[in-house]
Design a protein around this ligand. Sequence first.
Ligand code: PA5
Length: 426
Amino acid sequence: MLTLNFEHLIDKIDFAKYQSKVNAIDEMIEKRTGPGNDFLGWLRYPETYDKEELEEIIKSAAFVRENFEVLVVCGIGGSYLGARAGIEALKGLHPRDKIEIIFLGQTFSSDYIYETLEYVKDKKFAINVISKSGTTTETAISFRLLKELLESKVGKEEARKAIFATTDKEKGALKTLSTQEGYKTFVLPGDVGGRFSVFTAVGLFPMAVAGIDVRKVLEGAHASMEENRGSDLAKNKAYQYAIVRDTLLRKGYPVEMFVTYEPRLVQLGEWFKQLFGESEGKEHKGLLPDSATFSTDLHSLGQFIQDGSPVLFETILFVNKPRHEVVIPEDKENLDGLNYLAGKNLAFVNEKAYIGTLAAHEETGRVPNMLLNLDKLDEFELGYILYFFMKTCAMSGYLLEVNPFNQPGVEVYKKNMFHLLGKKGY
Ligand code: PA5
């Protein structure tokens, strides 16, 4: 269960002041009348999703798990971060599963792409290419290389059975290519934007291949959808968190540091940054989302957070119960002086680091801390928090009076790059 704690925000949040504004925005979201309303397909997706397609996703994932050693997920931004965040959060950083999930299509780096192709070339690999537009250059280049490698290795016919495409239902270069080549395709619905697509095949197919029970992820998302519904600020946790973010931004904290105490949640931080950064960073507004993993980053960014420019607040996602227990052993010699911890488990130490850091940052550093606590992190809770953040983001973006569902700024670099690359029409 997700619990929010507002007791460490330095000043009290005036939720009541926001209620009428929140009522109006909630109505705008529900009635789909605000800017970007044609991209609100995610809002009821945990209920309205295509049940038949989910069965197909699970069936195809089982086929891939049974027949391949590696799945290469080829996508970028919203077409990649959710799957990666979910897989790492639930499977950890060194999963010893029968199939490995690796990622390509998110970079132009020739070294990264070369190394990945070299890594898979002697393995039995399948590909899941994901692109809504079907024209994203990073993804398209990597897919062309992967496809060529696979076809040269196993022949066109076998390659066809190993390629799964997730894209728009009707349009785009990837859709055309997939139809022509006869690939199995999954749909990224037209009214769901990339960074809100984790509950579609974009996130669910790679997660299912990784052995995650995606039905439970959807159940968690559904529970979150129900619990974070309605404009009542006494009940809607996602909206409460949006108010905290908006209040702190207006108070002069332009940076939100998303903090976890779990290395397996680093990619969740990446997903978080894209969700909020791409949704809110518009018209010279918005919080800059950053992320850190403690205690690791206490030994790098910790100094700045404690003592540097007072520009940030922290949002801590702390998981109370880790998936695995590690007990610190007794040592006869005690040369390292650690016997005072002998018999204690690491969850105990991690929790004390969390409580001690919270006090240091709040009391001495005067850094506001927003606390999000999870009892544990399983499939259900993952679905719950991902939907929770998406709902927060919709409210938070509309509080800023921007369209949370477009990303016009991203096009500028593309235009320049295409011009420099000599693409026709640029
Ligand atoms: O959130 C978004 O809309 C973007 O990050 C896209 O997901 C990203 O640019 C990839 O686009 P596409 O799926 O069209 O390849």
